[in-house]
Design a protein around this ligand. Structure first.
Ligand code: C2E
Ligand code: MG
Ligand code: MG
Length: 317
């Protein structure tokens, strides 16, 4: 085999970047991490901005750890509706929310990557699975008809040999079945060739879980994976949906995705539907399920109940 080594260099200089060996090494290390993440450069000088970002990240990490241990994260749920009957639920997607006492709402696009890097994502995933299952069981006990809950899984959890078992344990704790939960994965999970990832996917499939491919169309979108792995749902990324009325390319690609999914017996969920123009186009082209602000934003559990009640036609109104 031929190996091509690359070096990444971080540079901190005495005395401007620090006057002790510990500070200089820490700053050189921060600069090296920056050099590694920026693939174009293999060499990076330390800067005060870099230090500020590193400290911000460290405090975000500490606060997230705290939030996980005192269970102050929440789940909001977004309705996914049938195109043929937008008052009828296909399911709800559970989305993590973090309301920090000082910083206010921290968006998932900010804290999920921190959780991934800091090794906290698995704890977060186990919490969210348990909480989503608890909520679904509670809705059913209260007589609300929620067909299933979709949860977002991080690729890293698939590296744990016991992951498939941990998922079924969460369901069992709340008396649910595999068909009650939809597991959303990203293309990075499909591309992951580690045997342990494939074993988890196979185990989940054998236990009757359904896998949904999130943000479809934005990554590699390799068709051979669709064919090889047990995927039962594609989530058409909102980038396509939002361009439907203005871009012929977006329309052509969407028609192709719908046709492939239909031939393979997969459900398509269009994400980020905001206008009736988008809704009508998707409905006319046979997209079976939609999700977006047009039907409902991600809502706390009690507002989902109110949403459900508002959809039921009342005979005496
Ligand atoms: P996603 O799984 O693709 O979730 C859909 C995102 O689109 C959500 O953003 C949702 O609020 C937003 N959205 C839904 N409808 C509309 C619409 O009509 N218009 C617009 N502009 N946006 C819409 P959110 O909640 O900020 O989540 C962002 C991403 O963070 C999620 O993307 C998901 O990848 C990740 N995420 C959220 N919660 C979790 C979690 O519990 N675990 C993991 N691993 N990832 C999560
Ligand atoms: Mg998702
Ligand atoms: Mg998505």
């Amino acid at each position: 085999q031929t190996h091509v080594p690359h070096a990444s260099l971080g540079i901190a200089m005495f005395p401007n970047d620090g006057d002790t060996i510990d500070t200089l090494l820490r700053h050189a290390d921060q600069a090296m991490h920056q050099a590694k993440s920026d693939h174009r450069h293999s060499l990076q000088l330390f800067s005060a901005e870099m230090n500020r970002r590193a400290q911000e990240r460290a405090s975000l990490e500490r606060a997230l750890q705290q939030a996980l241990s005192d269970r102050s994260l929440m789940l909001h749920y977004q309705p996914q509706v049938l195109s043929s009957s937008p008052g009828t639920l296909h399911g709800v997607e559970a989305l993590a929310r973090w309301n920090h006492p000082q910083w206010g709402m921290v968006p998932p696009s900010q804290f999920i990557p921190v959780a991934e890097d800091a090794g906290l994502i698995h704890e977060l995933t186990l919490w969210l699975l348990d909480e989503a299952c608890r909520q679904l069981a509670a809705w059913r006990t209260a007589g609300h008809d929620v067909p299933c809950v979709a949860v977002n899984l991080s690729g890293r959890s698939f590296h744990r040999p016991e992951f498939a078992q941990e998922i079924s344990n969460a369901l069992q704790r709340h008396g649910l079945r595999a068909s009650d939960v939809l597991l959303e994965i990203t293309e990075s999970v499909m591309m992951d060739a580690r045997p342990v990832t494939l074993q988890n996917i196979e185990a989940l499939h054998h236990q009757g879980f359904k896998l949904s491919l999130d943000d479809f169309g934005t990554g590699y979108s390799s068709l051979s994976y669709l064919h090889r792995l047990p995927i039962s749902e594609l989530k058409l990324d909102m980038a396509f949906v939002q361009d439907l009325t203005t871009s012929a390319t977006a329309r052509a690609l969407t028609v192709s995705v719908l046709s492939i999914a239909h031939s393979l017996g997969m459900v398509v969920v269009a994400e980020g539907v905001e206008t009736t123009g988008q809704q009508q186009w998707l409905q006319a082209h046979g997209c079976p399920v939609m999700q977006g602000y047009l039907f409902g934003k991600p809502l706390p559990p009690d507002e989902i109940e109110a949403w459900l009640c508002a959809q039921v036609p009342r005979p005496y109104r």
